[in-house]
Design a protein around this ligand. Sequence first.
Ligand code: 5GP
Length: 190
Amino acid sequence: MERLHKIILEEGNALSSNVLKVDSFLNHQVDPELMYEMGTYFKNYFKDKGITKIFTIESSGIAPSVMTAMQMGLKMVTLKKQGSKILSGDVYQTTVHSFTKDMNYELTLSKKFIDSEDKILIIDDFLANGEAALGAARLVEEAGASVAGIGIVIEKSFQPGPQILKEKGYDVYSLARIKKLGENLIEFEK
Ligand code: 5GP
């Protein structure tokens, strides 16, 4: 997605060789027009996959997900990050390790928002080690539903996540794929 590449180069800030800060348009301040265009790309790629609902992980996946859901005429569900295990019979929960915070959280989905017929599109802002996307997929599959695809805004293709998700057979579509990060360096895959 050309416009995304451009804004990443102009406003992205590599905090290290593996963390990119994009808080001016995605992670803190949000550019709604850019989010809408992301939604158009996700819709165009996933429109024939029979998707019934979109899931995202709070909180930075919400903006691109809601724009995608609106353009696909679907509901969007935010998977919650709970601090500790508060298990009740009404939720599915799974432990996920946070890439940026280096701590575990319980990804939580209310049972009332999924059924076994659902084909879920999972959308997230970044793909690094694949922990968040795999956690979301576990919740979907625990409910007996299926993952119809995974949409990522920024994939860091030099980290293990993309390969792990593809090996598990998930259809991963990323709007920007970064090959290398470093001081004053952001290099995209072709
Ligand atoms: P993963 O679970 O794939 O290891 O990491 C994905 C999650 O970690 C995303 O939901 C995102 O919030 C966060 N994340 C991973 N890498 C980055 C990064 O380079 N920059 C930012 N801002 N967040 C990241």
